[in-house]
Design a protein around this ligand. Structure first.
Ligand code: GNR
Ligand code: NI
Length: 170
């Protein structure tokens, strides 16, 4: 397994739309393993393939406190959504910033699991929010897109400044 590099806002590669996975094979399962390693090390509760510059419709999540509930969703589709959840969201591609985002509170989702078998799952709470956040990544969308233009520019400028500073300290 290997830890992968996570792209950061405003990297234009985060704006690419992912293509459907056509084969759930050993190479894909290798990528899934690397994505879990990367997500747990970060640490984060979800990771979309887009964030590691792989533009395929694949995401991993584990919202459990003890990291014992991994989920792999390949070619996910939302079948139903209802209710509202307001969550202070963060993103590994927007490190250090948290803002409230409104999502559906409850979703029904269809996907392929890591064996390539079709599955359906009904989820609510943080897992439902996380799956919606990851599915946005597959469309090239980030949580900062739900904020005002002014807030998004402020975050972009601060991140760019943080990165310039980090480059000097190195
Ligand atoms: O680690 C993460 N935490 C989080 C918190 C609230 C809502 C969504 C998330 S997902 C994020 C990891 C990430 O960036 N996934 O794309
Ligand atoms: Ni994210």
């Amino acid at each position: 397994m290997a830890k992968l590099k996570i792209l950061e806002f405003p990297d234009p590669r985060l704006r690419k739309k992912a293509s459907p996975v056509d084969a759930v094979d050993d190479a894909l399962r290798q990528l899934i393993g690397d994505m879990f390693e990367t997500m747990y090390a970060a640490p984060g509760i979800g990771l979309a393939a887009t964030q590691v510059d792989v533009h395929k419709r694949l995401l991993v999540t584990d919202v459990s406190p003890d990291k014992t509930e991994p989920h792999v969703l390949i070619n996910p589709e939302i079948l139903e959504k209802d209710g509202v959840a307001l969550t202070d969201e963060g993103c590994l591609s927007v490190p250090g910033y948290y803002e409230e985002v409104e999502r559906a509170g409850h979703i029904r989702v269809r996907f392929l699991d890591r064996a390539g078998e079709p599955q359906e799952m009904e989820v609510e709470g943080l897992l439902a929010v996380c799956i919606q956040h990851e599915m946005d990544h597959l469309e090239g969308k980030l949580f900062v897109d739900y904020l005002s233009e002014a807030k998004r520019q402020r975050i972009r400028k601060k991140l760019e400044k943080d990165r310039r500073q980090a480059a000097i300290v190195m």
